[in-house]
Design a binder for this molecule. Sequence first.
Ligand code: APR
Length: 320
Amino acid sequence: MTRPKIALIGAGQIGGTLAHLAAIKELGDVVLFDIAEGTPQGKALDIAESGPSEGFDAALKGTTDYADIAGADVCIVTAGVPRKPGMSRDDLLGINLKVMKSVGEGIRNHAPDAFVICITNPLDAMVWALREFSGLPHNKVVGMAGVLDSARFRHFLSVEFNVSMRDVTAFVLGGHGDTMVPLVRYSTVAGIPLPDLVSMGWTTQDKLDAIVQRTRDGGAEIVGLLKTGSAFYAPATSAIEMAEAYLKDQKRLLPCAAWCDGEFGLKGMYVGVPTIIGAGGIEKIVDIKLAKDEQVMFDSSVAAVRGLVDACKGIDPSLA
Ligand code: APR
């Protein structure tokens, strides 16, 4: 059996990290695509040369020709520009929308059977536009946000409780922006919900509220520190977790920006919800019942995403 083929569209900070992780984990052969001549080729060669020491079997190729992604099983899209300090994810809309058009067409023409994971921001609007431009089935095009936001939440909680990150589960829904909805009630330490841990005196409500806010601001915190770009290690790791779930038919339950058509009372839009990822792509959306206060936060997040999608339609009338 031949190895799966993983195409990475965008060979910048996240793209290079994705390629390295995919090779180390032997998820398949990797093609790095970018418009910047030399960057994908250089990164592919550099990572391939780490193979003898690491001991992985994976072929790496860098290219500026979409024909090289032909037959890819997975495409992970990071093409576009990242944030600089002072910019919101939404400030990237106009530039990255044009990028999604060319990437969507490239995938449609060369890898129409792939499972496509979008990382480019503003995420919920870009994954919607990418799906529109590519014309692929909705269950095969998904956005990476919830896994990263939940991982940030889990990290902060594990530090607060001084327990292994492995024993902390967390749930973050809604759009990938300031309005994201960390679901405290469904977040646990080894099954003990966070509100119970507050009652048990493991932490205070104030500290928990501060962690929730830090999670919402997680991306901006890194942008502020790096100054020249945005986070890339954790975003890449999160997308690899999703790609692995698809390639190995793991049926993982992961929060992703998925196409809701009836679920959560939404008609035809992408937003962060719990999903099951397996060989069928997004095999199911887990339509949990939200409490009143959660629903209010989710609704405002949905409204923010709708605003971005409307802005896309304003910029590119072919999307309207
Ligand atoms: N087609 C292919 N690649 C493109 C295109 C295009 N039309 N336009 C830009 N690129 C490439 C750039 O040449 C660059 O190598 O996309 C890459 C982006 O890499 P970085 O600038 O390093 O950005 P990165 O940190 O990887 O983030 C990429 O993910 O999290 C989001 O907000 C982030 O939107 C940003 C994206």
